[in-house]
Design a protein around this ligand. Sequence first.
Ligand code: ATR
Length: 273
Amino acid sequence: MSTPDRYAVLGYPIAHSRSPVIHALFAEQTRQSIVYEAVETPPEKLESTIATFRRGGGKGLNITVPHKSEVVRLVDELTEHAATAGAVNTLWIDDGRLFGTNTDGVGLVRDLTANKGWSLHGRSLLILGAGGATRGIVRPLLEQGAGKIVIANRTLDKAIALAAHFGAFGDVASERFDDLANLGPFDLVINATSAGLDGKRPEFPERIVGAETRCYDLAYGASSQPFLEWARGAGAQHVASGWGMLVEQAAEAFEIWRGVRPNTADLLSRFAG
Ligand code: ATR
């Protein structure tokens, strides 16, 4: 029997990642022979870990917090979407060259629209946070017909810079958290801050959320709970964690790597986010 092809996810921290479980189930379902590991990678080891993985014959990597922006400079070739986003979550090696793309946005859009039936067309969106996670999702949301996107961030300058950058693709504005009280309620509020990773919940004005507002946290599991609890407390009746996005972005990466599309419905129904 031949040796299984090797894949891994690099992040810091990484212990709680469910990506290895997801890819193992996809491999079983599609009869692909792979191993997929989670490798704890502090920022100063990112470059050397990728180099060692390539030398060892590894086939592909997922990149997660906090490396999605930093990894851009280590890639030989970016897809157009990853170049616009300035953030990468999926790498593969082809003919000795390292390719990078970003499947987060496609994964989010598929979870919102196909899995949850939340239409984006003409909707008003608020994205909280202006880091690598936000960079990956703005353009795909605009391409789905989102009417207007407001990006709000603790550090206003970063929100201003992203609004200017993505303004080329649609109606994108920036706000301070405090000034959000004069806006809303929005149709969809997405938490893309990493605050929940430390169990923290920034204080947002409750006015951004109404009963019909859909609230979505890009994180899953315990990290998504502070924001989703806040959203429920503010009156939102439809809230969801990023579990479905994680599964869908993984399916997209798996298809790039293996050339077969796994069935996500099975996995989405077997585990709760
Ligand atoms: P990621 O790849 O997850 O986006 P990142 O690029 O480090 O990670 O960005 C983290 C985002 O979460 C930023 O928007 C950050 O706000 P600042 O730009 O002001 O740093 C936001 N964030 C992290 N902790 C936060 C907190 N406690 N309150 C508010 N925003 C927070």
